[in-house]
Design a protein around this ligand. Structure first.
Ligand SMILES: [Zn+2]
Length: 538
C-alpha cells in the first residue's frame, strides 16, 4: 500500500502578503492561484475576506475560475466573543467568499486567551467549537489552525489540547498545529506532534511553521516524519518577519529525500519556474542561493569542482537539478581553471577541442580583467563574446567612431539627455542622435537607431535592468565603476558588464556588449535555420 499523499496547503496569497514589501493586486493573486493549481498544490488560501475589500474582490474573481487540482480556502478568525456564530460578521464574510474550504484560527495558548482576548478559557473553547460546527453545517470543509499551539502546549498542555479536542469534536476536517512565533526547535516539534498524534489521528493533523528560528522547513519536515498529513507554507518562504516555511524546499525534500509523495514528477519539474514566477509578480529579486531552485543552487565555480562535476555530477550535487526544473551552471571567474572555460564554450556551442593554448589565453584574459574589476560570473553575455572573440568566431558587427552625451537641466524640470553616436558598418557610416531620461537611456536609443538600418532585428531587444557599483580603488589607484546590464528579447535573457573610472564609459561598454551579444546570437539562429532549411530541401 502506498502512503497517502502529503497535502500541500499554500498561504502565499494570505500569510505571504504579510511579509514586508509583498503586495499583490486581486488580479495578480488570481494569476498566482492559477499557477499554484497547475503546479498541483492541493489547497490555496486566497485571503482573509473579512479583513479587506481586495481579498473579497479576489474571491469574486476566483468564483468564475475552475481549478483542476487545488481547493480554494478563505481564511478568518473564530466568532467574536459572546455572540452567536450566525451574527458574527467574520463568519458571514467567510461564507460570502463562497469557497469549498474555510480555514479558521483560534487561540490555543492561554496567555492569549487571558491577556489578549481577555475572556475565560470556557468562552474560548465555545468560540472554537461553535464556529467550526456552524461552518460545517453550511457545507464547508473546515480546517482549524491552532494559533500558537506549540507555545501554548509548553505553557499549559492540557489547555492547548482541549482546544484541539473541541475543534475535532465540532467536525474540523484538519487540525493544523501552528508555530506562530516561529521559535520552536525541530526536536520539540517531533516530541509534541508525536504526543498529539496519540490523541488525534495524524491523518487529520497539519503543521504551519514560521521561520523566526531559521528552522521552519526543518520543523515542517519533522512534523511530516511523525505522520502529519498537511503542510502549510508559502512559495519562497514569503511571510511576516522572517517568513513562513518555504513550500518549495519542503516539497523537494519530502519527495526527493524522504520518499513522501506530494506532486507528480512533471509538476516537480515546474517548481523552479513557479518560484521565479512568484518572485517576479511580487517584484522581489529571486534569491540566487535558494535550495533546489535558486540560480546558484547547482552553480560551480572552483576549478577542482568543475572538473569533478564534468566527470560525474554527483561529486558536488546532492540531486539532479533537472528533477526540479533547474540546471547545472559553471561560473567563470579568476578561481576558474581551463575546465570551466572548456565547459562554458561547449555550452555556447563552441568546441575548443584540445586547443589548450586558446583556453589558457582565455583564462589569462579573464584573470587580468577580473583584477581590473570585471566579474564574469554575473555577466555571461560578455563572457560568451570574450570566448568567441578569442576563437576568432566573432567579428565586431560595427565600429564606434565617436559618441557624445549632453545632459541639460533647466529650472526644476527633470534633466534631459541627448546622445550622438557615429558608427561604421563595413564601408558605410551612420550618425544618429537621440534623447533619453538619462545618459544610458539616450545612448541606448541613439545606438539602436544607428544599427536598425543594418540589423533590423535589433528592435526585438530591450534593456531590463541596470546596476552600478563602485569598486574601491586599491592604494594609489582611483575608484572604478562596474556596470551590469540585463537585456532580453523574446527568447533569451543575458547580462553584460563594463568597468571604467567613468560611469558613462563603463555603461557604454556594457551596452555595446549587450548589442553585440544580440547580433551574434541572431547570426547563429540564422545559420541554424539556413542549415535546417537546406536539410529540408535535400
Ligand atoms: Zn502564519
Amino acid at each position: 500500500m502506498t502512503a497517502a499523499k502529503i497535502l500541500i496547503y499554500d498561504t502565499t496569497l494570505r500569510d505571504g502578503t504579510q511579509g514586508e514589501q509583498i503586495n499583490f493586486t486581486a488580479e495578480e493573486k488570481l494569476r498566482i492561484a492559477q499557477r499554484l493549481d497547475e503546479s498541483g498544490f492541493h489547497y490555496i488560501e486566497g485571503g482573509w475576506p473579512g479583513s479587506n475589500p481586495k481579498d473579497m474582490r479576489f474571491f469574486d474573481l476566483a468564483k468564475a475560475k475552475s481549478f483542476k487540482h487545488a481547493r480554494m480556502a478563505a481564511f478568518g478568525s473564530t466568532r467574536r466573543p459572546h455572540i452567536k456564530p450566525a451574527d458574527c460578521p467574520n463568519l458571514q464574510a467567510l461564507l460570502a467568499a463562497a469557497t469549498p474550504v474555510v480555514t479558521i484560527f483560534g487561540k490555543s495558548w492561554d496567555l492569549h486567551v487571558h491577556e489578549v482576548l481577555q475572556i475565560s478559557l470556557e468562552e474560548n473553547l465555545a468560540m472554537v467549537g461553535d464556529s467550526v460546527a456552524f461552518l460545517k453545517s453550511r457545507g464547508k470543509e473546515v480546517i482549524f489552525d491552532a494559533e500558537h499551539f506549540f507555545d501554548g502546549y509548553k505553557h499549559n498542555a492540557s489547555c492547548a489540547l482541549q482546544v484541539l479536542d473541541r475543534a475535532v469534536t465540532a467536525g474540523a476536517a484538519m487540525i493544523v498545529l501552528c508555530d506562530t512565533n516561529g521559535g520552536t526547535m525541530p526536536h520539540e516539534i517531533t516530541e509534541i506532534v508525536s504526543h498529539v498524534a496519540t490523541l488525534i489521528p495524524p491523518q487529520r493533523l497539519g503543521i504551519h511553521a514560521h521561520n523566526d528560528g531559521g528552522v521552519a522547513v526543518a520543523n515542517s519536515l519533522a512534523a511530516a516524519q511523525t505522520g502529519v498529513r498537511m503542510i502549510q507554507g508559502t512559495v519562497n518562504g514569503f511571510g511576516e518577519r522572517c517568513g513562513n516555511a518555504n513550500l518549495i524546499t519542503i516539497i523537494c525534500n519530502l519527495q526527493l529525500k524522504m520518499g513522501k509523495q506530494c506532486l507528480t514528477e512533471a509538476q516537480l519539474k515546474q517548481l523552479s519556474n513557479l518560484a521565479h514566477y512568484v518572485s517576479d509578480v511580487a517584484n522581489i529579486p529571486p534569491v540566487p542561493y535558494s535550495p533546489f531552485v535558486g540560480r546558484s543552487a547547482f552553480a560551480h565555480k572552483g576549478g577542482v569542482h568543475v572538473s569533478a562535476v564534468a566527470k560525474n555530477a554527483s561529486a558536488y550535487e546532492h540531486i539532479r537539478p533537472e528533477l526540479v526544473g533547474n540546471q547545472q551552471r559553471v561560473l567563470v571567474s579568476d578561481l576558474a581553471g581551463k575546465s570551466n572555460i572548456t565547459y562554458k564554450a561547449r555550452e555556447m556551442g563552441i568546441d575548443l577541442g584540445a586547443d589548450v593554448l586558446i583556453s589558457g589565453k582565455i583564462v589569462n584574459a579573464i584573470k587580468k580583467m577580473e583584477d581590473e574589476g570585471y566579474q564574469f560570473d554575473a555577466a555571461e553575455g560578455s563572457l560568451s563574446l570574450l570566448i568567441k572573440k578569442a576563437t576568432g568566431e566573432f567579428r565586431d558587427p560595427f565600429v564606434l567612431e565617436s559618441f557624445q552625451v549632453i545632459n541639460s537641466k533647466t529650472d526644476d524640470r527633470p534633466s534631459q539627455c541627448q546622445a550622438t553616436v557615429k558608427i561604421s558598418v563595413g564601408a558605410e557610416e551612420e550618425l544618429t542622435a537621440a534623447e533619453g531620461n538619462g545618459p544610458i537611456n539616450a545612448l541606448d536609443h541613439a545606438l539602436r537607431k544607428a544599427l536598425r538600418r543594418f540589423y533590423p532585428r535589433i528592435v526585438e531587444m530591450h534593456l531590463v535592468d541596470f546596476k552600478v557599483r563602485i569598486i574601491e580603488g586599491s592604494e594609489g589607484t582611483a575608484a572604478k565603476v562596474r556596470v551590469l546590464l540585463d537585456s532580453r528579447d523574446d527568447h533569451d535573457f543575458w547580462s553584460t558588464i563594463g568597468v571604467s573610472a567613468n560611469v558613462i564609459d563603463a555603461s557604454w561598454h556594457a551596452l555595446v556588449d549587450s548589442f553585440q551579444y544580440k547580433l551574434s546570437k541572431d547570426k547563429l539562429d540564422q545559420h541554424s535555420s539556413t542549415k535546417r532549411s537546406s536539410k529540408t530541401v535535400q
